[in-house]
Each structure stands twice: as C-alpha cells, then as structure tokens.
Write a protein that binds this ligand. Structure first.
Ligand code: INI
Length: 154
C-alpha cells in the first residue's frame, strides 16, 4: 500500500498574512472577504490574520518577501486584480507579479496562495471575485492552507 500524504483542512492556530492591492479595490475587497471567510470557517482565529495593503500587483512580491523573512507567519495569501482593459502594461505587471511571488515562495520556503486575478474586463474580474465563477480569494486561501498542512508532513 502506498503511503499517502494529504493536507488536513484545519486552520486552527495558524498565523496568516493576507496581502491585498489597493488597485482595483472594488474587486479586491471581495477577495479579502472570501479569504477571511474561508480561513475562519476552517478554524483560524480572526485575530491571527494580518491584512496588509500594497499599492498594486507589482508591489506584492517585495512586500510578501519581507513577511516571509520575518518568521511571523505560517502562510501568505497574495490578492489582487489586474484588468487588461485599463492596463497597457498588463502583461508586464502580471508576469512580474507571478514570477516574483513564485520566487518568494520557493526561496523562503513559504506556502503562498496565489490570488491574483488577471482578466480582460472588470466584469470578468467581478465574476471571479464572488459573483458567477467562484472567488479567487477563497481558492488562494484554500491552496495556502492545504500546502501548509502537506509540507508539514513531507
Ligand atoms: N496594478 C494592479 O494591481 N492592477 C492593475 O490593473 C494595474 N493597472 O491597471 O495598471 C496595476 N498597475 C499598477 C502597478 O501594479 C504598480 O503599482 C505601479 O506600476 C507602480 O509600481
């Protein structure tokens, strides 16, 4: 029989940093609510979450890097929304943010839920922020939690 490792979805006792962009706050505020709702429903004490606002998606990696190095957090959720319609430099912002966040996670051994919406229009972004097509903040928080619990066992 194989030995199977799976993450238990319990957030009790975890200290979590939730980074969220001010850019597109109309959308991002719903991602924050989704992440907080998910984590508290899975046992996290709301007082054990720290919500940190950064200007835009481009600034997420450096802020997450500092939190990861601080030793204060068990995991990080990075939330934001980059919308192509209003963004001539859409591709640069998205790719630098994604690349930077992946580096932080790998270099700092930090479970990091990637909750950056990259959509063509505001309507599409709203659909993924709790309207028609789920909530990316919930998904990012869930992925972070599962990763924390899996890494503990490897
Ligand atoms: N930042 C975002 O988070 N979302 C966007 O849609 C966006 N647009 O449209 O440009 C955006 N730009 C700002 C960028 O992330 C930096 O904050 C800015 O370039 C200053 O460094």
């Amino acid at each position: 029989m194989p030995h199977i490792i799976e993450g238990q979805m319990t957030a009790q006792g975890l200290k979590v940093a939730i980074f969220a962009t001010r850019f597109n706050d109309f959308v991002v505020s719903h991602l924050i609510s989704g992440a907080m709702d998910f984590l508290t429903r899975h046992g996290m004490n709301a007082d054990d979450a720290t919500i940190i606002r950064v200007p835009g998606a481009f600034e997420l990696p450096i802020a997450c890097k500092k939190a990861a190095a601080s030793g204060k957090y068990d995991g990080i959720v990075a939330l934001g929304a980059v919308i192509r319609g209003g963004t001539p430099h859409f591709d640069y912002v998205c790719s630098e943010a994604a690349k930077g966040l992946a580096l932080v996670s790998l270099e700092k051994d930090m479970p990091l839920g990637f909750g950056l919406l990259t959509r063509d229009s505001l309507e599409q972004a709203i659909d993924r922020a709790g309207a028609k097509s789920g909530n990316k903040g919930v998904e990012a928080a869930s992925a972070m939690l599962e990763t924390i619990r899996v890494l503990e066992q490897i």
